[in-house]
Design a protein. Structure first.
Length: 426
């Protein structure tokens, strides 16, 4: 899904993950510093064929609507399929995932149109002090990039390269700068954040780095983790998850399937039993926690019985938020050479999973009615609870502007769509 910033120049259109959202802010800063206020930057995603199709569609539409604009296209889809974009006349400049993080590639005058480095040769993660995010009270912080795993369905390592971690000192400096500007919530993001640290001196784990950040920045009230792999949660991280109140009680898990044979064919590192055990242990120690999860529906060779195991694990892990991808073969991946499930069945299974996810989310939202929550107040009388549930205030008034960036107690009055309706506990 794409998101675009409000009407500030340069315009940045972001597809895909939270890491892309962070990198889009880096590119916005680079473009401003180089005088490209009127540029349009499209940051693409390669997770699914649909994401790539949407990106190309947006590029064509943006060129029609902005015939004289400088259009720069980058991201994972560009990195893994450069020629496709090089053949699009609508694009003025094509940057790889390494180049997009370097200020010099946003110079108004470059001799060539295409600049894409072999990402597998990159050994370090570029560090950038972001001076602010469009949403000033929450920010995504990159803690690592790349991935050393080779899941059979995934092209992302070939778009991002191998695992590279950001040193702890750089992470602390970035967060301190943002907190000083009023940021109240930080989200750690990356390609494989539970793979953090083995390339750094001393080989710190994600848990050890997180503990150090919280100790060094006591003024940061909220910290979140983006998608994690439950089998890689080590002792220090588990201790923080169950005991640290500043680490928010919402985890998003990279599960992909609930069937052991499919997980093996995906070349995942966990079993269904591992996932269930992890969720049960966390819930037992911290009952208020809620879980989301990623799933791929219709993976090659998936039988009805295997798919039923995925449906069942939603209940067994007490999942609340489902992020469902219908499987689409990615050229060059091992899964693309496996026996494929009929497209109509893939679509049906994805819809079945989404319907189950909507049911679970609705149950959770209605369960919240009448309860007390803490809300980080954002713009337009909206915000998020500690469980990352979006809220809208029942009767916003002139006081709301003064509450921007504050964390306040509220009572949940009801549900509107996928939002909780709340009132302040004045």
């Amino acid at each position: 899904m794409a998101s675009s910033a409000p009407s500030t120049d340069p315009q940045v259109i972001t597809f895909g993950c939270r890491l892309n959202s962070y990198e889009s802010e880096v590119m916005r800063d680079h473009a401003r510093s180089q005088g490209l206020q009127d540029a349009i930057i499209i940051n693409t995603c390669a997770v699914t064929a649909e994401a790539e199709r949407q990106a190309r569609q947006s590029i064509r539409r943006l060129r029609r609507e902005n015939p004289s604009a400088l259009i720069i296209v980058t991201g994972c889809s560009v990195q893994t399929n450069t020629e496709l974009y090089a053949n699009m006349p609508e694009i003025d400049r094509i940057l790889g995932n390494h180049e997009k993080m370097q200020r010099e590639w946003f110079s108004p005058h470059l001799p060539d149109r295409v600049h894409v480095t072999d990402i597998m040769t990159i050994r370090e993660t570029a560090h950038h002090l972001i001076t602010g995010f469009e949403n000033h009270v929450r920010a995504f912080i990159q803690i690592q990039n790349g991935c050393d795993h080779r899941c059979t369905f995934c092209k992302i390592p070939f778009g991002r390269g191998n695992n590279r971690s950001v040193p702890i000192g750089e992470i602390v400096a970035q967060i301190r700068a943002l907190v000083e500007q009023g940021c109240r919530e930080i989200v750690f993001t990356g390609v494989d954040i539970t793979g953090y640290g083995p390339d750094l001196p001393g080989k710190p784990t994600l848990g050890q780095m997180t503990r150090r950040v919280l100790n060094l920045i006591p003024d940061l009230p909220r910290l979140r983790l983006s998608s994690i792999d439950p089998i890689e949660v080590e002792k220090d991280l588990m201790e923080l998850i169950v005991h640290e109140p500043r680490l928010m009680p919402h985890l998003h898990l990279s599960l992909q399937s609930g069937d052991n044979m499919i997980l093996k064919r995906m070349k995942r590192r966990h079993s269904r039993e591992d996932a269930i055990d992890f969720c049960r242990r966390v819930i037992k120690a911290r009952p208020e926690i809620i879980f989301g999860a990623d799933f791929i529906a219709g993976f090659p060779t998936e039988t009805p019985e295997m798919f039923e195991n995925t449906l069942r694990i939603v209940e067994e892990c007490q999942l609340t938020h489902l992020h469902v991808f219908p499987y689409s073969p990615r050229q060059g991946t091992p899964a693309a050479r496996m026996p494929q499930v009929e497209k109509v069945l893939v679509k049906e299974r994805a819809q079945q999973l989404r319907t189950l996810g909507e049911k679970k989310l609705s149950q959770y939202l209605h369960y919240c009615t009448g309860q007390q929550r803490s809300v980080l107040v954002e713009r337009n009388a909206r915000g998020h609870t500690e469980h990352f549930t979006p809220v809208k205030f029942e009767t916003p008034d002139e006081k709301m502007d003064s509450l921007l960036g504050k964390i306040i107690p509220v009572t949940v009055l009801g549900v509107e769509g996928k939002n909780l309706v709340v009132k302040r506990n004045d």
